[in-house]
Design a protein around this ligand. Structure first.
Ligand code: TYC
Length: 108
């Protein structure tokens, strides 16, 4: 005769509650400087952020005129990877282009 095993009692797995809020989002921001060539910025924005030539040109000009500009909004890891890509391209090409990420400010 097989051994009888009593059913487990009081062992219900406590599951994590479903995520109630979306992950925090970060905006990747390009900063203006006086030396990085405009066409270099446009190419970087196209390649790293997947923007069209027209959109990349608009973003570059906004940064040029306003001092900074948001290029895209992503989850933390993706934002960090894109910042790294921009900074690496800038360094390799010896341009002082700066790119940062910051939490998306709360809506008012
Ligand atoms: N201001 C630069 C120039 O006149 C162009 C530029 C645009 C540089 C955007 C950086 O993030 C930047 N050549």
């Amino acid at each position: 005769m097989g051994t009888q095993v009593a059913p487990k009692q009081n062992t219900a797995v406590k599951r994590k509650p479903a995520r109630l809020s979306p992950p925090p989002m970060y905006q990747v921001v390009l900063l203006n400087d006086d030396y990085t060539p405009m066409d270099f910025v446009v190419v970087v924005v196209q390649h790293v952020f997947g923007k069209s030539l027209e959109e990349a040109s608009r973003i570059m000009l906004r940064v040029h005129h306003e001092g900074r500009g948001v290029v895209g909004v992503y989850t933390r890891d993706i934002a960090a990877t894109r910042v790294d890509s921009v900074m690496q391209l800038a360094r390799i090409n010896q341009h002082p282009l700066q790119c940062i990420m910051e939490p998306v400010p709360p809506a008012d």
